[in-house]
Unconditional design. Sequence first.
Length: 367
Amino acid sequence: MIGLLEIRRRKMQFALIALIVTLISYLVLMINGLGVGLNVLAGSALQNFDADAIAYSDGASVSVIRSELSQATVDAIGKTPGVTDSAPIGYVSANYRRADGKVNSAAFLGYDPGTIGEPKVTEGRALTAEDAGGLLADKSFLKATGLDVGDEVEITFRLERRAFTIVGEIDEGAFFFQPAVYVLRSTWDTLRYGARGDETPAASIVLLKGKGLPGKTGAGFEVVNKRTAFANIEGVSGQQSTVTSLRVFGYIIGALVIGVFFYVLTLQKIPQIGVLKAIGASNFFVFRQILLQVVGISAVGLAISVPLAMVSDAALRRLPDAVPIAFTTGTFVTTSALLLLMAIVGTAFSGRQVVKVDPIIALGQQQ
């Protein structure tokens, strides 16, 4: 093919274009990875709940921070038509001290053992009803603190310091941009409200299993699906809008840069294009050679940028303060496909120029 032959003969010029494509692809991949990573940090623990829907207090605007449910409301939620199982969950944020001396916060989630709210333990053991001073820590929490199962960690809340024993490790992710830590609901109650009174809330939310539950309401509560619950986490909507805007700009800039590069190359080759058209080559044949070059160069750029993004991800995960970036197979596939598509769209500039080339005028310019 003429297009591939030209690449072989003009290696340096096309190598520089491939480098630009690689850098743009790498940038867009890292932006997409950042978007996925921020979503994981914002509420992967919520997405990992073993539930079909979540009930909040009706005046909380689907905010777990503002949601408070009485025991009577929790009982009413569990009796809602269509509910097959339920589990109250309490939430509170508390501070802990890391191995390097820094103080960070963790999301303390109170649950009842034996319910759908109980997380899966990957190391150590599960909490029992007697473990008032025990907790289950996510692996990110253990990494940050430098602790392990069996160690003690000091928690500060309400101007009080309290020591907890890590009895098990979990892999539930983060909640509200904090590592998830699970304690007994009775422990959560005393941690958040101190001495219990008659009017103390019994839970922040209630996890529900069943069909057709999202959208149901009752006295003092409303039920939403997990997607809605995640979207209403404070900061998530603004974060997603920012990341989406960066993605769109990345795709558009990528298409424009690639399109401009090949448009300039096309302008430089107008006399040669005129010769090809003079001997019978169609506009589609000429454009196909340019398209072949675009696809080939873009494929090379993606083949380099994808492994580079993987290496960057592995390196960033080793940092003491991990960068919130994560990749999935879908991220690589979708990003690569869209970048390739946008590169092809960008060649429309060149296609328009090919159609406008008049063989007679082009041959005259060559003399």
